[in-house]
Ligand binder design. Sequence first.
Ligand code: SAM
Length: 197
Amino acid sequence: MELNKFEFYLMNNPMRRWLQKHVEFKTFKGFLDKHNLSLEGKIVLDAGCGSGYSTKLIHQFSPANLIGFDLMPSQIAKAKQKYPELNFFVRDVLDTQLDTDKFDAAFVFGILHHIPGWKDAIKEVYRTLKPGGVLLIEDLNKDASRFFATYIRFDHPQEAYFTWEEFSYHLEETGFTILEQTRIFSKGVGSFLCLKN
Ligand SMILES: C[S@@+](CC[C@H](N)C(=O)[O-])C[C@H]1O[C@@H](n2cnc3c(N)ncnc32)[C@H](O)[C@@H]1O
């Protein structure tokens, strides 16, 4: 689902970028370092990349090939304008049209709570990863989605209101092994490092 105007504005402001760099990305970097996982020279995907700031951060890992995509043409237009050196396109994570077993790693920063078919999105990202590939995924649980719907007028689909138990269950049922996980913001935001079995 596309973002409403208010969330689009909030996702594209300096405070969001600060949080993404100093909290969310730092968490993922810590996970990778802890497990001695390097993305240098690897093929990496940023699914639901928004206006491309996450892709720019991921580029610091020196992957050989990095692509970012998002459902919203307006997000991808911003990404292309800001980071012309990176590779972006408009695509739905439910139908990426990307090759099977292609990527060494995929980042999914905060998109599944927008997708009624979020379990299918996990399966599609799984399909695109190589066996042993790395998934770095962060999202909101249903408490956080309820909070944002009540106080900040976000309109996330009810079908994507999940608990951490449901979220972890579907990661594992799809075929991922969860190596690390952490919660921040009163446990409303969770970050996971997984490997494709
Ligand atoms: C909360 S924003 C996060 C954007 C970016 N990953 C970040 O962390 O700043 C959620 C993003 O997911 C995208 N999105 C929602 N549904 C999607 C889908 N089915 N396929 C791809 N992207 C989707 C939205 O367009 C939006 O840019």
